[in-house]
Write a protein that binds this ligand. Sequence first.
Ligand SMILES: *Cc1c(COP(=O)(O)O)cnc(C)c1O
Length: 406
Amino acid sequence: MTDKPARTATAAPSDRALRPRTLMVRGGSTRSLNHETSEAIFLNSGYVFESAEEAEQAFIRQDGSRFLYSRYASPTVNMFEERLRLIEGAEGCRSVASGMAAVFAALMCQLRAGDRVVASRALFGSCHYIVAQLLPRYGFETVLVDGRDLGEWEKALAKGARAVFLESPSNPVLELVDIAAVAELAHAAGARVVVDNVFATPLGQKPLELGADVVVYSTTKHIDGQGRTLGGAVLGSAAFMKDELAPFLRHTGPSLSPFNAWVALKGLETLELRVEQHVRNAERLAAFLEAHPKIEQVIYPGLKSHPQYALAQRQMKNGGPLIAFAPKGGKSAAFHFMDGLAVIDLSNNLGDAKSLICHPATTTHSNLTEPERAALGISPAVLRLSVGLEDVEDLEEDIDRALAEI
Ligand SMILES: *Cc1c(COP(=O)(O)O)cnc(C)c1O
């Protein structure tokens, strides 16, 4: 196969002309000499050279025209990256072993000693750990702001920064950040904007179109969508990939396994169908919960009662697949309710076909102090519901029954 160059990271011209739904099914596909219909899983770590001279030339070129070693690139992983890149509309995409590896690499690859990082405070527990605990240990100055308050962003960015990091909607209580406005402030300060877009999914929000520079995903969530594999991805400009991310990944090695890449690649084929159903179910349950007498609070970007509803309408295509809500009666009511559920599973994972519920204060966000949680609106009663693909009537009845038992 040496006369036939391996696929490079750039899209075939035909890929660019195709519509998004077609790209979700076919984007990035390459066929081996066996003419398979479904994409093949290449579980090899190394590649063979025809001659010493060819190996020498390949290592001089380093242009992606041939595979060298699977830590750098491999066929199934490339297909996944290319399909996700086309769906996101980014110049480049690299995948890694988990969402946290993606967040860490996206930040760390561009930071230099003494740099400042400004981030919104409402972050997933491990994202918060990286920004608030880990980065300062290496001498980076990190500043956490109320992501909803443009004045706080402006003040924090006045001193300049290398990178801005935010989640919108945030995990778990669905706070939004005005991505376009923050991108403008960040760019004026010389900072790149990195957006964790997990809660919106690639179809519900387009951070790059809103002005962000880098998008990160935990592909563990709706991209796999069936709770099978861990994975992560980082998308951005060709220059960011080449100059910052690719060398960092190549030499630190958080590679995604080809098998996990294949599962996520096949997940992309049904992403739109699944996400549409997740969102339809979530919209219906959010309205149901809001009208329920035993519910204290519902937070869902698709509800008019969301404090940032106007922003949600502006930058998101829908309310998303996650809901936060609190039953009346504090932590014990929340625990009673969870223990009364018969269909919805208790799990700190999310983005599965199965509906999953968790109590963030005692699980995903238990590494924060009580005052930190309070500042983030994570009350002792608040629950995070990842709405699945089940019949929404069964979900509604399950919730109704469990609420009656409180
Ligand atoms: C789950 C999650 C992550 C981490 O992803 P993993 O694949 O579990 O490492 C990061 N950010 C958000 C918003 C998440 O929900």
